[in-house]
Every structure is written in structure tokens, then in C-alpha cells.
Design a protein around this ligand. Structure first.
Ligand SMILES: NC(=O)c1ccc[n+]([C@@H]2O[C@H](COP(=O)([O-])OP(=O)(O)OC[C@H]3O[C@@H](n4cnc5c(N)ncnc54)[C@H](O)[C@@H]3O)[C@@H](O)[C@H]2O)c1
Length: 333
């Protein structure tokens, strides 16, 4: 199998390449423009693995992308601007890169008759669960309504471009029979995730290890749930080869919830840190008008039904793996 991974130098993409290369039948090619990814992430296979090749460039450049799509049997479309901070600081790129990238990937995949897995996000649900909560619904299912804020709040642009990725993929599937699978990643975490772009666990761990105050936005009562990247890539590689996943949307996440304040305290405890929790208003962090959701918890029944998905890494194991990684990066071991 020839497999193309866009965003291969990123957090999820680099782990995915490693998993795919474990199968001796696979040849893997990575594409990336290094906007948030790095060669360091690919250290284990870039220029060393005989079945891995790489091309530097952007999925927004159709003629750059063409030969790679033509070469591949399967395409994992992960390349996208990522991270709340990055997105808030790069409003134009967020929209154009996402839309142009998916347009090119789907058009070429259709032209050369290739199968695509499209990475979407739990952001597409917006604040839906905060409203559904009052009806007694405790988690988000794939067919739930999406509730998003004003166009004047750029946060929602990322969610809407990803929703457009989904619409366009499903349109290709319905109109042309393009084989595609759409996955909505909920917070996916693990080693190699950057603390630079506003990702919560890497930020907290890095602050705790340096003995800096841990900045928690809002009052910290908002909850999130976290899935280890190893569980996430296991799920998506299984979905990619499951015939009845074609034309479907799947939540990929962990239903276990923890409040952000409790998460910060757990990390302080686990790292034996002298850090204190510092509450910072959203306004101070992201400017006036920024909105966040109180809860964002996946219902993964559909994923379990389709591939028998099982979570192997609980929060303790997740935190241990990230703390170990960040210690190594900071030269603390
Ligand atoms: N990590 C999460 O919790 C999470 C949650 C929801 C959705 N996702 C989605 O999963 C995918 C991977 O995210 P990640 O967490 O690994 O982030 P990441 O930033 O580590 O990886 C994205 C990669 O794509 C590359 N890239 C960006 N724009 C590109 C372009 N135009 N052409 C080529 N390469 C480009 C970046 O350089 C980076 O290496 C993204 O599509 C993201 O939206 C991730």
C-alpha cells in the first residue's frame, strides 16, 4: 500500500507515519510546509527509513500536490493551520489554507480515484454541548446540531472551515462516489505536541517543569477530555481500511472529562512542582469577545460499533508520557 500523509511533520502526522511504517507492506510519503511541524518530529524515519519519502511544500499548491496524490493509494489529509493561538494570530491563513488545501486534495483524489481520510475537529460542534447540557445530553454525537458564534469572533472561522472540509468531502462522496472517511479529533495529546500554539497539556507541563505559574483561562471550571495520540492513530488507521466507514463522520476522542483547573493541579502534583495556578481572563489571553465552550465531550459509540475501539491510555498514562517527553526536551533527565 502506498500511503500519503499530509502534515507528516506535525504532531499527529509524525506518529501516524511511524505506525504505518511498522507494516512492511506499506510505503509512506509525507508532505509538509513546516508551518507548525518540524523535522525533529520525524527524526525516527525522515531520511533514514527506506520506505519513507518526503516532499516539502503546501497542499494549497495543486501542481505540487498532484504527483503525490497520483502516486498514493490512500491519503491522510492532516495538513492544516492548528492551535487556538496560531489561529487567532493568523486569521487569513487559517481560512484560505484550509479551504484551498481540501479543495486540492479532494479534486485530485477524485481525478485519480484515491481514498481519503479527512481530519476535522470537535471545534465543529462549537458551543453545542453547553446548550444540549440543559436537555440532559452529556456528550456530543456525530449528528448533533452545531452551535457557533458570530463571524466577528475569529475563533469560529477555524470551526467553519473544518465544517466546510466535511461538507465538501461528503459532497464528493455523494456526487462522484469518492471514497472518504471524516474524523473529528477531540483533544489529542501526547509526546511531540508543541506548547507554542496554545495546546493546554503541553503548556501546563512545560510551565510546571519550569516552576512557572500555570495559566488557566477563565475560572478553570470548563472541562475537556483527552485522547492519547497512539489511540487516535490506531483508530484512524482502522477506519481507513473499514469499508463501511466510507462516507461517514466519526468522533475520535476520550469521553473521560476533567476540569482544566483540576488538570493543572494534577500536573503540579505529578511533577512535584512549586508552580501555582494563575487564573487569567479569556479577554486578557485572546482579546475582547473571545468565547470558549464549557464542555466538549465525545460520544464514541459509533467508533466503538464500527471498529471495536478501546482506549488503552488513561489520563495518568497520558500525563506520564507528556511529562517524560518534556523533561527530555528540557534536558531534565
Ligand atoms: N491535536 C488535536 O488535538 C487536534 C484536534 C482536532 C483536530 N486536529 C486536526 O488534526 C490535524 C493534525 O493536527 P496536529 O495536532 O498534528 O497539528 P500540527 O500543527 O502538529 O500538524 C499539522 C501539520 O500540518 C502542516 N501544515 C499546515 N498547513 C500546511 C499546508 N498548507 N501544507 C502542508 N503542510 C501544512 C504543519 O506544518 C504541521 O506539520 C489537523 O488537521 C488538525 O486540524 C487536531
Amino acid at each position: 500500500m502506498k500511503i500519503l500523509v499530509t502534515g507528516a511533520a506535525g504532531f499527529i502526522g509524525s506518529h501516524l507515519c511511524e505506525l504505518l511504517l511498522k507494516d512492511e507492506e506499506n510505503e509512506v510519503r509525507g508532505l509538509d510546509n513546516f508551518i507548525t511541524g518540524s523535522k525533529e518530529n520525524m527524526r525516527g524515519f525522515y531520511k533514514v527509513h527506506p520506505r519513507f519519502s518526503f516532499a516539502k511544500g503546501s497542499v494549497t499548491e495543486k501542481e505540487f500536490l498532484r504527483p503525490h496524490v497520483e502516486w498514493a493509494d490512500h491519503i491522510y489529509q492532516l495538513a492544516a493551520p492548528v492551535g487556538v493561538k496560531f489561529i487567532m494570530n493568523n486569521p487569513v491563513h487559517t481560512i484560505l489554507d484550509n479551504v484551498r488545501g481540501i479543495d486540492n486534495v479532494l479534486e485530485l483524489a477524485h481525478q485519480y480515484n484515491k481514498k481519503v481520510l479527512v481530519a476535522s475537529t470537535s471545534e465543529v460542534y462549537g458551543k453545542s454541548l453547553d446548550f444540549l447540557d440543559s436537555t440532559g445530553k452529556r456528550s456530543l454525537s456525530e449528528e448533533d446540531y452545531r452551535i457557533e458564534g458570530s463571524t466577528q469572533n475569529h475563533r469560529w472561522a477555524y470551526a467553519n472551515t473544518k465544517a466546510l472540509d466535511e461538507f465538501l468531502s461528503l459532497a464528493y462522496y455523494k456526487q462522484y462516489g469518492l471514497k472518504c472517511v471524516i474524523i473529528r479529533f477531540f483533544n489529542t495529546v501526547g509526546p511531540r505536541q508543541s506548547s507554542q500554539y496554545g495546546m493546554v497539556i503541553p503548556n501546563f507541563v512545560s510551565q510546571a517543569l519550569k516552576g512557572e505559574n500555570i495559566t488557566v483561562y477563565g475560572d478553570g471550571s470548563q472541562t475537556r477530555s483527552f485522547l492519547h495520540v497512539f489511540d487516535a492513530i490506531q483508530a484512524i488507521t482502522e477506519l481507513m481500511i473499514t469499508e463501511h466507514a466510507v462516507g461517514q463522520v466519526y468522533n475520535v476522542g476520550n469521553p473521560f472529562e476533567i476540569s482544566i483547573k483540576e488538570l493543572a493541579e494534577r500536573i503540579i502534583e505529578k511533577t512535584n512542582s512549586s508552580s501555582k495556578v494563575r487564573l487569567v481572563s479569556y479577554q486578557e489571553a485572546y482579546g475582547a469577545g473571545f468565547e470558549d465552550m464549557q464542555r466538549r465531550t465525545p460520544n464514541i459509540d459509533k467508533l466503538v460499533r464500527t471498529i471495536g475501539f478501546k482506549i488503552r491510555y488513561d489520563l495518568e498514562a497520558i500525563l506520564d508520557s507528556i511529562i517524560e517527553y518534556q523533561k527530555m526536551k528540557l534536558g531534565m533527565d
